[in-house]
Design a protein around this ligand. Structure first.
Ligand code: ADP
Length: 446
């Protein structure tokens, strides 16, 4: 096992990784920007290195500074968390070139899945069902028209380099296509420095259901079931649950089998998530995330596995040590993403937390770096905490979630706790009756 791991991230996920390392007797190195000098992960780590000023570009995205920090402190592995450099194949390669273990998949797999056009091709070859659309990149408006005629309107134009829900445009009819095509390309160029787009049939009312995969370096692959992430605003997840309220055990086993077979075919290793849209009983691959995800704790709650621990074990060359039949699912878990934002306008609200009281009790977990006096800098993502609640059934989980949200106090900055309180009282949500458009409609009504 590793002796010392450098955590190339910040906030709750840096702390999450530190906790797994500490329990395994592994020393940790925190890296941080000047804005995060007082952060909880920095305080708790065995060592800390300042890697640059507040803007992420100059600190958390600064590959050379991070690798220097690892070399100076003698770290033998780097965990990238999510976001920042977690899906940057060049970074993973640089880390390996320096004789340091990258805790994640191979640079080749990151590259394959990082570009959505190559990812979709790989998915098709590996036997995953995909959303009907263009076979690859769409290079001209004429080609876009042909694809749209074939797939049928509405169609979605998506950036090959896309992420975070950006660079996506719907065309509902032929008359909207030219504009959607050029705005998607411009947005893709501005956001990702790459104007390439591809096209998919725009599904009307799907759910977002994703499968968690674990694969070791010895050919063992298992799935840990699904997460339902259909509650989204602007294609960004707001709340996630496991299991999905609408899948049967047979459907879970079937899609899990398809996913693990595909991962075996491509020779994937470490943790990964295959994202699908699900409509009328059918799954359609949309993308694969080659990293730990924000919502991984709901899977931990229902399987009892520590995903970061598994990632560390796999990266150190250990075998999984269990097979699919050893994985069982227990109860129901829901995660609320709590952001430092106005709960109505979603305007980010950085500042200083003056009061902090997280909920507790049986089945309640809060992943957060917050404390009274903590600073929420304006430079980064606005997520400040995740509340994860587990119960024997979905109904009991909801009661516990309602109770926990009522106890949660974050003072000094606005937070989205009030939004979650509304959601857990909503009859549609309580019935599990929602799709990826539901939340936007709910917000528009208020
Ligand atoms: P990103 O990497 O930007 O998050 P994804 O491909 O994962 O992009 O899609 C994000 C979200 O956008 C999905 O969860 C879904 O809500 C919506 N979406 C993506 N593809 C389609 C599609 N073909 N039809 C309808 N909605 C889609």
């Amino acid at each position: 096992m590793f002796e010392k791991v450098l955590i190339a991230n910040r906030g709750e996920i840096a702390l999450r990784i530190h906790r797994a390392c500490r329990e395994m007797g592994i020393k940790t190195v925190a890296v941080h920007s000047t804005a995060d000098a007082e952060a909880m992960h920095v305080r708790l780590a065995d060592e800390a290195v300042c890697i640059g000023p507040a803007p992420a570009r100059e600190s958390y995205l600064n590959k050379a500074a991070i690798i220097s920090a690892a070399t100076i402190t003698g770290a033998d592995a780097i965990h990238p968390g999510y976001g920042f450099l977690s899906e940057n194949a060049d970074f993973a390669e640089m880390v390996e070139d320096h004789g340091i273990v990258f805790i994640g998949p191979t640079p080749a797999h990151i590259r394959m899945m990082g570009d959505k056009v190559t990812a979709k091709k790989a998915a098709i070859e590996a036997g995953l069902p995909v959303v009907p659309g263009s076979p690859g990149a769409v290079n001209s408006l004429e080609e876009a028209e042909e694809v749209a005629e074939k797939a049928g309107y509405p169609v979605l134009i998506k950036a090959s380099a896309g992420g975070g829900g950006r660079g996506m445009k719907v065309a509902r009819s032929r008359s909207e296509l030219a504009e959607a095509w050029s705005t998607a390309r411009t947005e893709a160029q501005n956001a990702f420095g790459n104007p390439e787009v591809y096209m998919e049939k725009y599904l009307g009312n799907p759910r977002h259901i994703e499968i968690q995969i674990l694969a070791d370096n010895h050919g063992n692959v298992v799935h840990l079931g699904e997460r339902d992430c259909s509650l989204q605003r602007r294609h960004q997840k707001v709340l996630e649950e496991a299991p999905s309220p609408i899948l049967t055990a047979e459907q879970r086993a079937a899609i899990g089998e398809v996913a693990t077979t595909a991962m075996r075919r491509i020779g994937y290793r470490n943790a990964g998530t295959i994202e699908f849209l699900y409509e009328n009983g059918e799954f359609f691959f949309i993308e694969m995330n080659t990293r730990l995800q924000v919502e991984h704790p709901v899977t931990e709650a229902v399987t009892g596995l520590d995903l970061v621990r598994e990632q560390l074990r796999i990266a150190a060359g250990q075998e999984l040590g269990y097979s699919q039949k050893d994985i069982s699912f227990s109860g129901h878990a829901i995660e609320c993403r709590i952001n430092a934002e106005d709960p109505e306008t979603f305007r980010p609200c950085p500042g200083t937390v003056v009061d902090y009281h997280p909920p507790g009790g049986l089945g309640v977990r809060v992943d957060s770096g917050l404390f009274a006096g903590a600073k929420v800098p304006p430079h980064y993502d606005s997520m400040i905490a995740k509340l994860i609640v587990h119960g024997p059934s979905r109904a009991e989980c909801l009661n516990r979630l309602r109770r926990s949200l009522g106890e949660f106090v974050v003072g000094g900055v606005d937070s989205t706790i009030p939004l979650h309180k509304l959601l857990v009282e909503n009859p549609d949500f309580m019935a599990g009756d929602y799709d990826i458009r539901w939340l936007e409609k709910f917000l528009a009504k208020d």
